[in-house]
Design a protein around this ligand. Structure first.
Ligand SMILES: [Zn+2]
Length: 217
């Protein structure tokens, strides 16, 4: 997504409507600095402001995110391209979250071992040592539960039987399901069968393969 192009497009549409940044900001209940940031390509409008913005500027969301007016004959192609790009961005974002999760787990475990060794070395085996180990164990468990939350909420699990991709609805059930790394033994909500379901980072590949196939023709 080309933020600069989108920004220039917003600015042009706004000027065509003969409204200032301040007036546009006022209509959207946001600051004029936010509008200025969009128009300079520094940020994208939040999803909850996009529809209102498009209504005011007389464009649609597809045009907004492409940064140009779209001819009806190009419409399907542009929409597909946009969906692919959004899916790829989601994939990238999800990958980053999973990497953060691993880093967090690694740091906590190193921290846990470090604290325990340090306490054992300096305090010996007294009550204080017990308390410190207990507290750091609780912290480690909390971090693990948080890491599971990140894992469960990021991306989707793919059912091995029907290839349906879904986000599990129960945090606790999923947390305590058998798992190997991020592959979990889960019951698929579509076919109701249990399988070792792989973690995937985007909802589907179909859009992408559709475009690839069309381009090959
Ligand atoms: Zn299934």
């Amino acid at each position: 997504m080309d933020l600069i192009k989108i920004g220039e497009f917003i600015a042009n549409c706004r000027k065509k409507k003969k409204i200032t940044q301040e007036q546009l900001a006022e209509k959207l209940y946001i600051t004029d600095r936010a509008v200025s940031k969009w128009e300079r390509g520094l940020s994208l409008p939040d999803a909850d402001k996009m529809l209102d913005l498009c209504n005011i500027l007389d464009i649609n969301v597809n045009e907004l995110l492409n940064g140009e007016k779209i001819d009806m004959k190009d419409y399907k192609k542009k929409t597909d391209e946009l969906l692919v790009e959004l899916a790829n961005q989601e994939e990238l974002k999800n990958k980053k979250i999973i990497i953060d999760m691993y880093v967090l787990c690694f740091i906590s475990i190193v921290f846990y071992i470090g604290i325990t060794l340090l306490a054992a070395y300096t305090l010996g085996e007294g009550i204080l040592f017990g308390i410190i180990v207990a507290i750091s164990t609780i912290i480690l468990v909390l971090v693990a539960l948080y890491a599971f939350k990140l894992e469960i909420e990021t991306g989707y699990y793919e059912c091995k039987n029907c290839h349906h991709r879904y986000v599990p609805d129960s945090y606790w059930k999923t947390t305590f399901s058998p798992h190997l790394n991020t592959t979990r033994y889960l019951k698929c909500p579509k076919c109701n069968r249990r399988s070792w379901s792989k973690k995937v980072m985007k909802k589907n590949d179909k859009v992408e393969s559709g475009i690839v196939m069309r381009n090959m023709k």
